[in-house]
Structure formats: C-alpha cells, structure tokens
Design a protein around this ligand. Structure first.
Ligand SMILES: Nc1ncnc2c1ncn2[C@@H]1O[C@H](COP(=O)(O)OP(=O)(O)O)[C@@H](O)[C@H]1O
Ligand SMILES: [Mg+2]
Length: 277
C-alpha cells in the first residue's frame, strides 16, 4: 500500500511538472511535431484528444465508460492489476490470449479506461497486435497512424498518441504490420519503449498483443514487459488451450492472472461477464 501511495505521489509530481499547453496544427499536432524536433518532456496536454460517446461505448462493448453497473468488473480487475503491479514495481503489462477473439482488445481498452478514471496514474495503451489491430476500429478512428513508425529511432509518441482526459494516451494502429515478430523482437523496440517511458513517465503501459497460438510475435516481445494478463473465452477456449497458453506466457514473463471472458451465466447483458483468477 505504501508503494502504491509512493507511485501516486510520483504521478502527481510528474503531472504538476507538465508545462503549459502548446499551439496545435490542423491535425492537433504541436508545432514541435511539424519541425521534427525531439520530445524533451512528455507534454500530455499537447496530445490531440478523442472522445467515446455512450453510443459507441454500447456498440463496441466499452463498458468502462457506461457507469458503475457496467464498469464494476473492470474496476475490480483494475484494483487487482494496480496492486500487483505496484507491489512489484512493474509498469509494462501485456494482454494476450490462447487464440483470437477471446476479448483482448475489449479488455485492454476497458482496463485502460478504468485505470485512467482513477485520475492519479498515467496510462498508455498501445495496439501491439500488429497482425489484427483493433483499437482504431473500436474507437471509430478513421486516420490512425502506422504504429510500426513509433518504433523508429526518431519517432515521437506525440505524433502517434491520442489523449482522453489528462492521463490516458492511446496509440492505435491503421492496419497489419509486415514482419511484426522481427520488429517487436528488435533493439529498436527496446529503445523506443525505454525512450517513451523516460520522456512520458507513464505509471502503466498496456500492450494489446496477439494471441499466443499461431504466431511468434510475443515470443520476442515479452522480454520487454513485466507481466501479462491472459484472456480466455468461456465457451470457446478449451482448458488445454488455457493451460498451454499459461505455461507459454509463464516461460516468458510474469503471469498476472487469467480473465475468463464472455461468461454469459454471470449476466452478459450488464457487462458482468468476466471472472478473474
Ligand atoms: N464479454 C464479452 N461478451 C460478449 N462478447 C464479447 C465480450 N468481450 C468481447 N466480446 C466481443 O468478442 C469479439 C472479439 O473481441 P476482441 O476484444 O476483438 O478480441 P481479441 O482482441 O482477443 O481478438 C468482439 O466482437 C467483441 O465485441
Ligand atoms: Mg484484438
């Protein structure tokens, strides 16, 4: 608990150090971005903003914005994730699953929103499922950038991220990235993430990643993260798949837990359809 409080105090100090808002261009980018200058300090308030309407929230299962009745499962998950990560001084969390369509993107986005609602911590959500990026579609963004550019040495998060509130930044992705496994395993990714952390000082970065089965993206990438949450889908993920996934992830990083998603018997219509163990 003391560590959590220390993390909160650190987050408040960083937030208080944010300089005044800079002028933005037609695309909401700062004048520094137009001149290709480096990012000396992460100016969160200079990031262009996005909104999530209740209609979009209902359409895309973004329950975390729909009020307590719908956000409760994500708020419980948030508390557990925050406690475990703060206790271990972890900042980088990947969300993965045995196979596709278990709900990784849905849970990544809702968890990020729930964490950010707390107001005390800064959260960055990145769409690192480079084979099937989904966050741009979920957020109804028509002109998301190609996230592979963010991993270049000269890249600046300010040209890739959108902000909601003062403490959530989302890096969506326009479409599939070629040779994503090589890219994610390369030193450019290591350097880019270290640079982003040192400049923007997020308390938590959530990576929406591919499933463990059917590709090798996470095999190289998970050495860059501190822990992973596994999302399984009730009704479609088999126990054998979940077990194998957990073992594979545990060989690569710390397993934070397994979320059993799509549990309709918990009352799917209200969003109370996840269980965590
Ligand atoms: N708890 C849930 N109940 C019912 N459908 C869900 C639930 N969570 C996600 N979905 C739906 O399942 C589909 C796959 O979810 P998504 O988050 O894109 O999975 P993944 O990122 O693992 O491929 C989407 O249509 C999403 O709206
Ligand atoms: Mg997805």
């Amino acid at each position: 608990m003391e560590r959590l409080e220390a993390a909160m105090a650190k987050a408040r100090a960083v937030r208080d150090a944010i300089p005044a808002r800079k002028p933005v261009d037609d695309f909401g980018r700062t004048s520094n971005a137009q001149q290709g200058q480096s990012e000396p300090i992460g100016d969160w308030l200079s990031l262009p903003t996005f909104e999530i309407t209740p209609k979009l929230g209902r359409r895309k299962r973004i329950s975390a914005i729909l009020g307590t009745e719908f956000s409760t499962p994500y708020d419980i998950l948030r508390s557990r994730v925050t406690r475990q990560m703060a206790e271990n001084k972890w900042t980088r969390l990947a969300v993965t699953s045995p196979t596709t369509k278990c709900g990784k993107s849905t849970i990544s986005l809702n968890l990020a929103l729930s964490l950010a609602r707390n107001g005390e911590i800064k959260v960055i959500l990145m769409d690192f499922d480079m084979r099937r990026p989904a966050l741009a579609n979920m957020l109804d963004l028509r002109h998301a950038p190609d996230i592979s550019g963010l991993l270049r040495p000269e890249a600046r998060l300010g040209d890739y991220a959108l902000r909601r509130g003062s403490n959530l930044a989302v890096c969506a992705n326009s479409g599939p990235v070629l040779r994503s496994a090589e890219l994610l395993a390369g030193s450019a990714t290591t350097e880019a993430l270290d640079r982003i952390e040192s400049i923007w000082k997020p308390d938590i970065i959530i990576f929406d990643t591919p499933p463990m089965q059917g590709n090798d993206d996470n095999l190289g990438f998970f050495s860059q993260i501190d822990c992973a949450l596994i999302v399984a889908a009730a009704g479609s993920s088999t126990l054998a798949q979940i077990d194998r996934c957990e073992q594979e992830v545990a060989n690569l990083t710390n397993v934070l837990g397994v979320v059993l998603n799509k549990c309709s018997y918990f009352g799917g219509m209200t969003g109370h359809d996840q269980s965590y163990y």
